[in-house]
Design a protein around this ligand. Structure first.
Ligand code: ADP
Length: 402
C-alpha cells in the first residue's frame, strides 16, 4: 500500500510518499519533495526518489491544484517516479494546523470535516486555508481518494480547563474560543510514545516532559499518556523563546508598542513572529551560527543563548511541579536532537530531581543522555511528523482507528 503525506503552506507544499507493509508494521519513505513559490514567479519543485539524485524542476505553479497535479505527474514519471499509476495510492494524509475544539484525533476527511477546518481558520488564518487548498486540490484531481486530516492541536485537547483557560472575561472563551490550544502535537505525541518504548514502561504510567526545540519550539507535560499542559497557547507565538518568535511576553507589551510607537497590529505581529526571539536578541536565529558566535566571544549571542536556556529550564521546572514529579525529559527536533551544549546547560538545573547528564553520551547524541544512576531519564529522540501522518492515515483508511 502507498500513502502520500502532504503539508500545504500558502506558497510552499511538502510531500512524502510511503510504501507501507500490509500489516502497517513498516513505513518506508520512497520519495519526497517540496514545491516552492506557488503562485509566484520562479516556482519550482525539488523531488527526490530514494536512491536517486534530487531533481529540480522549474515550472509554472499558479495554484495548489496545479502544483499537486504536477507532483502526481512526477510521481508517475518513468525515471524519477515511484508509482506506475495514481491508482496505486491508497490514501493521502494532510497536516492541518488547527483543529480548534472539534478534533481530538486524526479523522477521515468529509464535507463536515472540511467545514470544521474552515471554521477554525479564524484561529489560524495563515495555516488552515492553505491546508484546505491541499485537501481541495486532491479532491478535484482524485475525487474518490481517501483523505485523512492530522491536526497539530488534537493531542492537546486532553488538557484540563486549569491549563487551557486564560484569565479573561468568560465570553472570551465561550463566544470567541480564546484559550490555550497548543501545537506541535504530532511531534510531542510521537516522541512521548517512543520515550515509553525506550524506558520499557507503559506510556500510561509515565510522567514525561517533551521538549520540541526547532526553529519553533514548545514543551509539553504528559501524564498517563495525555497532554496536561503545553507551552504554546492560543497561537504558536507563546511559550519559550524561539528562532524568530518572542515567546511569552508581558501581555501589555504589544499594546504599549502599538500605542507609543504608532504601529499597527500587523506590524507588531510581524515584529513578535518574525523579528523577535533569538534573531531579535542577537541577529541570528540558527543555533549553529549562535554557537559559533558564542565561541568567538559575541556577547549578544551568549546572552541570547542564556535567555533561551533559562526559559526552557523554567518551563520544565513548572511542569515538574504540575506533574508532581518526572520520569523523563525528552529532547527532540533540530536543536533538541543535535545541539549537545544546549541539552547539557538545560539539564544542569535538574540534578534536584536526580537527573545527571552523561557528558559522553550527550556529546554523541545518544538516545539516553542521563547517567545510569539518575533517578529520572533524559532522552534524545528523533521526531518524525510525516511518519505520524502516514501512520494515522494508514490506520484510518484501513479501519483500525475510525
Ligand atoms: P523547524 O522544523 O522548526 O524549522 P528544525 O527542527 O529543523 O526547525 O530546527 C532548526 C534548528 O535546529 C536551527 O536552529 C538549527 O541551527 C538547529 N540544528 C539543526 N541541525 C543541527 C545540527 N546538526 N547542529 C546544530 N544545530 C542544528
Amino acid at each position: 500500500m502507498k500513502i502520500l503525506v502532504l503539508n500545504s503552506g500558502s506558497s510552499s507544499l511538502k510531500y512524502k510518499l510511503y510504501e507501507v507493509g500490509a500489516d502497517g508494521a513498516e513505513f518506508n519513505a520512497i520519495a519526497a519533495g517540496g514545491a516552492e513559490r506557488i503562485g509566484i514567479e520562479g516556482s519550482f519543485i525539488k523531488h527526490k526518489k530514494s536512491g536517486r539524485k534530487t531533481d529540480q524542476i522549474y515550472c509554472e505553479l499558479p495554484s495548489h491544484t496545479q502544483t499537486i497535479k504536477k507532483i502526481f505527474e512526477m510521481l508517475q514519471d518513468p525515471e524519477m517516479g515511484s508509482l506506475s499509476r495514481l491508482g496505486e495510492l491508497s490514501g493521502v494524509g494532510h497536516r492541518v494546523v488547527h483543529g480548534g475544539e472539534d478534533f481530538t484525533k486524526s479523522v477521515m476527511v468529509d464535507g463536515q470535516v472540511v467545514e470544521a477546518i474552515r471554521k477554525n481558520a479564524a484561529l489560524a488564518p495563515l495555516h488552515n486555508p492553505p491546508n484546505l487548498l491541499g485537501i481541495d486540490a486532491v479532491y478535484k484531481l482524485l475525487p474518490e481518494m481517501k483523505q485523512v486530516a492530522v491536526f497539530d492541536t488534537a493531542i492537546h485537547q486532553t488538557m484540563p480547563p486549569k491549563a487551557y483557560l486564560y484569565g479573561l472575561p468568560k465570553e472570551q472563551y465561550s463566544t470567541y474560543k480564546i484559550r490555550r490550544y497548543g501545537f506541535h502535537g504530532t511531534s510531542h505525541g510521537y516522541v512521548a510514545k517512543k520515550a515509553a518504548e525506550k524506558l520499557g514502561r507503559p506510556l500510561e504510567e509515565l510522567k514525561l516532559i517533551t521538549c520540541h526545540l526547532g526553529n519553533g519550539g514548545s514543551i509539553t507535560a504528559f501524564e498517563g499518556g495525555r497532554s496536561i499542559d503545553t507551552s504554546m497557547g492560543f497561537t504558536p507565538l507563546a511559550g519559550i523563546l524561539m528562532g524568530t518568535r518572542s515567546g511569552d511576553l508581558d501581555p501589555y507589551i504589544p499594546l504599549y508598542i502599538m500605542q507609543s510607537q504608532e504601529l499597527t497590529a500587523e506590524q507588531v505581529s510581524a515584529m513578535m513572529n518574525k523579528r523577535g526571539g533569538l534573531l531579535g536578541l542577537c541577529g541570528k536565529n540558527d543555533m549553529r551560527d549562535i554557537t559559533a558566535g558564542v565561541e568567538e566571544g559575541d556577547k549578544a549571542c551568549k546572552d541570547a543563548l542564556e535567555i533561551f536556556i533559562y526559559r526552557i529550564q523554567k518551563y520544565i521546572g513548572s511542569y515538574i511541579a504540575a506533574l508532581n514529579g518526572v520520569d523523563a525529559i525528552v529532547f527532540t527536533a533540530g536543536i533538541g536532537e543535535n545541539v549537545h551544549h544546549v541539552r547539557r546547560s538545560i539539564l544542569e538545573n535538574f540534578s534536584y530531581v536526580g537527573i545527571m547528564c552523561d557528558d559522553a553520551a550527550n556529546e554523541a547524541n545518544e538516545p539516553v543522555i542521563s547517567t545510569k544512576d539518575s533517578k529520572a531519564a533524559a532522552l534524545v529522540i528523533h521526531t518524525d511528523e510525516e511518519l505520524v501522518i502516514a501512520q494515522d492515515t494508514f490506520e484510518i483508511i484501513s479501519g483500525k482507528n475510525s
